[in-house]
Design a protein around this ligand. Structure first.
Ligand code: GDP
Length: 194
């Protein structure tokens, strides 16, 4: 598999700021603190592509990175900060929904979920949205290193039952790198980089 050489393309606060909708892109979304930034950095193989420390309440942006010519990974803003005001949550929803509706180049979605927490309402909303648009989805069950193997497998089975049919479930840990190669292979496959 060729090495990724990611470059930051741009941040967008509104659809008018999205980069050209050509080629292929894979979006990553997840609850705040689910390990989304860490997962992006681990799977892409760059130490600090997505920023790992974020302040709740800051303007939510969609960050576009190019991994190869016309092949992008898109860091969607996280959700679920309890302290975020309703108005900002509505902005988040409008921006993310506009993104899903607009992007013809979207070929895959990765949803990061802390394996210990399971699916939140917004995780389910994202999975349902992707399914309705026929966008293949990976559910990345992060922080698998925090559970014993047996507990991890039982959480996985439970979450698999809750996810829409066809969702690809990968147990993942940035610490042990479990699932990292599988996630990377899926990303390369979606982006036609294999
Ligand atoms: P984000 O808000 O979803 O982007 O989450 P971050 O990537 O910032 O991670 C949130 C916290 O979880 C940080 O303290 C990370 O170091 C930690 N974390 C992320 N992934 C893992 C993992 O696979 N294992 C463990 N043990 N901690 C992780």
């Amino acid at each position: 598999m060729q090495a990724f050489t990611p470059v930051f393309l741009k941040s967008a606060a509104r659809p008018g700021d999205f980069p050209g909708d050509l080629g292929r892109e894979v979006a990553v979304v997840g609850r705040s603190n689910s390990g989304k930034s860490t997962a992006i950095n681990t799977v892409v193989g760059v130490r600090k592509l997505a920023r790992v420390s974020k302040t709740p309440g800051r303007t939510r942006l969609i960050n576009f990175f190019e991994l190869a010519d016309g092949r992008r990974i898109v860091d969607l803003p996280g959700y679920g900060f309890a302290r975020v005001p309703l108005e900002m949550r509505e902005q988040w929803r409008a921006l993310v929904e506009a993104y899903f509706r607009a992007r013809r180049s979207l070929v895959g979605l990765i949803v990061t979920v802390d394996i210990r927490r399971g699916l939140s309402d917004l995780d389910e909303t994202m999975l349902t949205l992707a399914r309705g648009l026929d966008v293949p989805t990976v559910l990345l069950l992060t922080k698998a290193d925090k559970l014993s193997r047996g507990a991890g497998l039982s959480r996985r089975r439970q979450i698999e039952r809750e996810a829409p049919d066809g969702t690809i479930v990968i147990m993942f840990s940035a610490v042990s790198r479990a699932g990292a190669d599988e996630a990377r292979t899926q990303l390369a496959d979606w982006l036609d980089l294999a």
